[in-house]
Design a protein around this ligand. Structure first.
Ligand code: GDP
Length: 561
């Protein structure tokens, strides 16, 4: 309703005024009443009077996504066909309700991004023009321009021209997911279109399309003129780092494309991506190609020019991946079928679901026995799992009494073990099978797969990995492994601070064996540690208030509130 159109417009009779006042008063009362309960969309509205400091910063109103609301408070677009992606509007029904504030500004920026993607994504004329212009600029011997050539764009409205960031895959699925989320946030901040490269088809049929409309987020590789992106590295001449090293910061005209190397082995000049001069250098570049295995979101919080916008998008800094992850990563129907089947068969009957993700890294070796001791030490110590009753051998022991209200001790718990190895599941399930839980609770233990080794180049392998990340995100309590991006994805989708099994020291679980993470945010493992002013090494965990060293990986940094 436009204010201007509903004003008196000259009808100043004494009858109309009181009527208008009554209508306005009644409307205000109705709005106030609704805001204390539930809006028609099922979204709980919180007024700024609510004392939580995060909510207070969110402005006049902010929403906590409600699982009963299929659009999660406006996080998801309503413009999708339900059947094309069964998980999109259903996954949240399997999870604990989110307690994390969603800012109206993020919601509006997502809708704006969706329009941009509709206008500029693959299949649109704007996309064809942008690719043709790129090809022409790369090919000195380009044939005479055709209808979709760069010359044809010279008369186009420059504001209507599109800019892109092309994400390319690196490392395991967890790394891929968190770096895609970071690339998307960068796209939001800079009005770029995010495209993902899926070479080798190992990422096909894992995720649904995240953006509504007939376009796609997958880069059509056949006609894309930048080739061999999988071989790009610190020596690639078109990299931002090399351009800055050559003194070619902000060029006029800008380079047609540039490569961003934000991988674990990046060099000081590559790290200037997180500085103002790095951002100046890429600003007018229409095509950016990114290779990153990292969640570089905390690095964006170090760039002064993005501070205000990030503050509006994420009044609570500790829920960035939680919101972006639930917006972007919806399991494909194939993956969702596995998830829903498994959950219904094994996990749904329990009164409490405990997720246990055990990732063993080669660089911190530990025997299965020692690791198991660490898990048990953590789970008993934090009251996550009941200890066993070593004296209980009778048939009655460990059998829950269904006539009694369950207490914390007697709740039926389902433990979902997720690991490449089968040992931990074997030991845990044997323990509760042979002895039963002390206090009479029932504990059932399940493990969907134990694949032995990582095979990120295989689609079926990745589908199972993603199914397990999603299943873990349905947990009420979650134990993850330090430094594992697999765990980060699960805790982020769940919106839970996990208990983190700390990195083994000298082949043993350290003291304490696990810690409650200070944030649900993933860790940016390879933080820039670079001072933009002095161009010398600096501690990224000490520069701004909300970026701190990670507890599970101290050289990295993460967002805390
Ligand atoms: P990270 O190495 O723990 O940071 O996690 P990533 O997901 O990036 O890479 C590990 C990869 O190994 C996963 O993507 C899977 O392919 C595989 N993997 C590791 N742990 C598990 C597990 O518990 N279940 C399954 N299905 N795959 C796993």
């Amino acid at each position: 309703m436009e204010d201007g159109k509903t004003s008196d417009q000259g009808h100043s009779s004494g009858v109309v005024r009181p009527m208008v006042l009554i209508v306005i008063t009644l409307s205000l009362m109705a709005v106030l009443l609704m805001s204390t309960w539930v809006s028609p969309a099922g979204v709980r509205l919180f007024l700024s009077a609510v004392s939580d400091e995060g909510l207070g910063r969110a402005g006049s109103s902010a929403t906590v996504p409600d699982t009963r609301d299929r659009l999660l408070g406006g996080l998801l677009s309503p413009d999708f066909d339900d059947d094309s992606c069964l998980s999109r509007y259903r996954a949240s029904l399997y999870r604990r309700p989110s307690l994390h504030v969603l800012s109206p500004h993020l919601v509006s920026r997502l809708r704006r991004y969706e329009s941009l993607h509709r206008r500029c994504g693959p299949g649109t004329s704007a996309y064809s023009r942008a690719v043709a212009r790129l090809r022409d600029s790369m090919d000195e011997h380009a044939p005479a321009p055709g209808p979709a050539s760069s010359n044809s764009t010279s008369e186009a409205d420059p504001a209507a021209e599109c800019s892109y960031i092309v994400w390319t895959p690196q490392a395991g699925l967890g790394n891929r997911i968190i770096s895609t989320a970071a690339a998307f946030l960068y796209a939001l901040l800079t009005d770029r279109v995010l495209l993902v490269q899926h070479p080798g088809h190992d990422l096909d049929d894992i995720f649904c399309e995240p953006f509504p409309g007939s376009s796609t987020w997958v880069l059509p590789e056949k006609d894309f003129p930048i080739r061999s992106m999988e071989r790009f590295n610190t020596r690639t001449p078109e990299s931002l780092g090399n351009a800055l090293r050559r003194g070619e910061g902000s060029r006029d005209p800008p380079a047609p494309w540039m490569y961003l190397h934000l991988q674990n082995n990046y060099q000081p000049n590559d790290r200037r991506f997180f500085c103002d001069d790095g951002q100046d250098a890429v600003r007018g570049v229409r095509w950016l190609v990114l290779r990153s295995d990292n969640y570089f979101v905390p690095g964006l919080f170090l760039v002064p020019r993005y501070e205000r916008e990030l503050d509006r998008l994420f009044p609570r800094r500790d829920a960035v991946f939680h919101h972006l992850g639930r917006y972007l990563f919806h399991p494909s129907n194939t993956v969702w079928a596995m998830v829903a089947r498994y959950h219904t068969s094994y996990l749904a009957p329990a009164e409490e679901r405990v997720g246990l993700q055990v990732r063993d890294f080669k660089f911190t070796p530990i025997s299965a026995d020692e690791r198991y001791s660490q898990i048990i030490w953590c789970a008993y110590g934090q009251g996550i799992l009941p200890s066993v009753d070593n004296n209980a051998t009778s048939a009655a022991a460990g059998a829950p009494d269904h006539h009694q209200e369950p207490t914390t001790a007697t709740k039926r718990k389902a433990v979902l073990v997720v690991s490449l190895r089968g040992d931990y599941y074997e030991k845990l399930s044997s323990m509760y099978y042979e002895h039963g839980a002390a206090g009479g609770g029932a504990v059932s233990v399940f493990q969907p797969t134990h694949l032995g080794a990582q095979h990120s180049e295989e689609r079926h392998h990745n589908q199972k990995a993603f199914a397990e990340m999603v299943l873990l995100s349905f947990s009420d309590v979650v134990i993850t492994s330090a430094a594992s991006t697999f765990g980060y994805v699960s805790q982020g989708l769940a919106g839970l601070r996990p208990w983190v099994l700390m990195t083994p020291v000298d082949g043993k679980g350290p003291e304490p064996p696990c810690r409650l993470a200070p944030t649900i945010e993933p860790c940016f493992h390879n933080a820039p540690h670079y001072d933009c002013k002095t161009r010398a090494r600096a501690d990224s965990g000490n520069l701004v208030r909300h970026v701190r060293h990670c507890e599970d990986y101290p050289n990295g940094v993460q967002l805390v509130d």
